[in-house]
Design a protein around this ligand. Sequence first.
Ligand code: GLV
Ligand code: MN
Ligand code: MN
Ligand code: MN
Length: 417
Amino acid sequence: MDSALGSNELRIDRERLWATLEASARIGPGRAGGLRRLALDDADREMRDLFVAWCREAGLTVTVDRVGNIAARRPGREPELPPVVIGSHLDTQVAGGRYDGILGVLSGLEVIRTLNERGIETRRPIELIDWSNEEGARFTPPMLASGAFAGLHPVDWVLGRRDDDGKVFGEELARIGYAGEAPVGGRPLDAYFELHIEQGPILEAEGVPLGIVTGGYATRGFNIDIRGENAHSGPTPMAKRRNALVGAGYLIVAVNEIGWQFAEGEGKATAARLEVWPNKAGILSDWAQLTCDFRHPDPAATAEMERLLKAAIPEAARKARVEIEIVEDWTFGDERFDAACIGLVRESAAELGVPARDILSQAGHDAYHLSRICPTALLFTPCRDGVTHNEAEHIELDDTAPGVDVLLHAVLKRANR
Ligand code: GLV
Ligand code: MN
Ligand code: MN
Ligand code: MN
């Protein structure tokens, strides 16, 4: 075994990490230098194929579960012990960056490559997981497949999710060759570590390369159906109209105003997605669906935002003469991460001399769902100006590599525990 085991000299190969990120950035190019790699599209398939090839080259055993999560395992000296897992996602937003999620998966690969290269064995197996459809950009809700793994969503419900074109999750998974046979979750994990870009401006502004995430903003998401009636946009009198799009409009304004009410306390409300049918000139729409979410560091405030949304619904329905109903909802972010795993991250950062600060996450991460089933830690690294869900998303290798070194040491400590 390598004498560097646990020693402060052990570092990742930062150039190799960068080259791996660059290879990923060529798959599913967007319009402006970023990525458009939606869950289960052809680019996602190509990226998955490359990821699996990389994992096999690294000597890992790859399995795919029924919702398409890819798990790649490095055996431990005691191979039957529950693994220490590193994970994140390789899918992107429609106009996404090159690093959101991707950095976490490929950092995990770099950790494993470093251990291999140094001949370092661990007591426990280490597993690397790419979670399907984290973004929720194609199939709502976000973090869909890690949610299934954690037992929050039934597998059949996940397989039946539809995108805006009516394409079905399970069929798309089969089409790209990733409808696996392994059961979804239901097995013990020793711990879960995820590294992610901050997606906010704090670390960069403070010149701190590592954020130790203690928890998240309590988040409530909703899919809301608005039902009206098709009619001609010319002869139909204003007083007789039941235009679903107009109902959605009133609701969108209400959602945004709730955001302003809570803005001082760092609350956020987002009307994010609107589907309208038939969405054509000359006809009033009879159906629309709005996706929105509310986030606040204080779960009681998020609950109040939800109450205000529910109070706004009858008012919007009355004004537009439509019916409005919440058809789906989801919750994440009020989890608090594990003290022991956070302790390993802190300890590793101190040993490596990597400056770190505690931070809360405002975005959704698979780590939230995992924290419900095993001890979990989430690490943030800086990104330029906090710009993300934008093709201009950018990181610097010098600001990123220290966090990945910390990930390496924390995982190594946990895997030898
Ligand atoms: C998903 O990642 C979200 O934060 O909405
Ligand atoms: Mn992400
Ligand atoms: Mn994202
Ligand atoms: Mn996310």
